[in-house]
Design a protein around this ligand. Structure first.
Ligand SMILES: [Fe+2]
Length: 315
């Protein structure tokens, strides 16, 4: 082989002209030995977020915003939206008398209620009260709206697989033609509602799991959504969990207590309402200073369905 540099350059230019690239001289590699460190570990403090939601509440009504939410954008350079590769998390607030109109979309969604009473969510015609500590699901393509008939500003966290839907180009979205659903039934028990008191009771009976990423853990649903699993996890004060890493992207929401999480060398001191993300393959370890409860929101079902879920203890 004695191809000159000029002849190669001409060849590569011809590749480019056909929108092609030689596999042996890529601008960017296509394969690598282990997950890249793309998304960053990060921590959002509820104490910083809540005043911003309150300010937004004075300026932006539900007439202007389909949802008054603040998404948690991963700080990695160039990122405009996802919290981790497949999931976006957000804080949301709804004021007394407000209605967030009904719509539906292909992304799956769930909510964790932080504060306030009097807000209901309507999912496919079933109206369910949302109380602090509850987790409520909105599966793909289900109609859903929210309304606050109480006296409290209500705060919650949303988690959606929108970034995965973006990657897969499978987005559909539709506002409800009537604004909100017309045929609505009030229900207290629903397969889409996981109540805080039920989670606490189940946690009490959950076995100790010294090898896992929490000391006691229960799963909500099996899994809760096709793409997202949910675990309510108890951390015992003064006991660190074993460091672990997984190909799943995990987001932890603090439901109760205080502590710290170390994600790939970064230490985050957290308390109620905070959010910590541990992107794929970044080792993480929790240590609570008081008994604490986290909600782990994970894309493990997506990884498992594709045969790519791998998890192991890490140093
Ligand atoms: Fe929605």
């Amino acid at each position: 082989m004695d191809g000159s540099a000029d002849a190669l350059s001409e060849l590569y230019a011809d590749f480019s002209g056909l929108h092609m690239e030689g596999g042996w001289h890529r601008v960017k590699p296509a394969l690598w030995p282990a997950p890249l460190e793309n998304f960053e570990p990060h921590h959002w403090r509820y104490a910083n977020v809540k005043p911003l939601l309150d300010r937004a509440g004075k300026l932006i009504g539900t007439d202007k915003a389909e949802r008054r939410n603040l998404t948690m954008t991963n700080p990695v350079a160039g990122n405009l939206y996802p919290t981790v590769r497949t999931i976006v998390a957000a804080y949301q607030m709804i004021k007394p008398g407000e209605v967030a109109r009904a719509h539906r979309h292909t992304p799956n969604a769930l909510r964790l209620i932080l504060e306030g009473h009097g807000t209901h969510t309507v999912v496919n015609g079933n109206r369910v009260e949302m109380r602090p500590g509850d987790v409520l699901l909105t599966p793909a393509w289900a109609w859903h709206s929210h309304d606050n008939v109480g006296e409290d500003d209500c705060y919650w966290m949303d988690f959606l697989d929108v970034p995965l839907v973006h990657l897969l180009e499978s987005m559909f979205y539709e506002p409800h033609p009537d604004g909100v659903e017309q045929d609505v039934v009030a229900v207290d028990h629903s397969p889409i509602a996981f109540r805080w008191e039920d989670s606490l009771k189940r946690l009490e009976d959950a076995p100790d799991t010294p090898e896992a990423d929490a000391h006691q853990s229960i799963e909500l649903g099996a899994p809760a959504l096709k793409t997202i699993s949910l675990h309510v996890q108890k951390l015992h004060a003064g006991r660190a969990t074993r460091p672990r890493r997984t190909t799943a992207n995990n987001i932890f929401a603090v439901m109760h207590g205080e502590g710290k999480t170390v994600v790939d060398g970064k230490t985050f001191q957290w308390r109620f309402g905070d959010t910590i993300c541990a992107p794929a393959w970044r080792p993480y370890q929790h240590a609570a200073s008081s008994d604490a409860i986290l909600l782990k929101v994970s894309d493990a079902p997506t990884m498992a369905a594709l045969g790519w879920l791998k998890q192991e203890a890490s140093a």
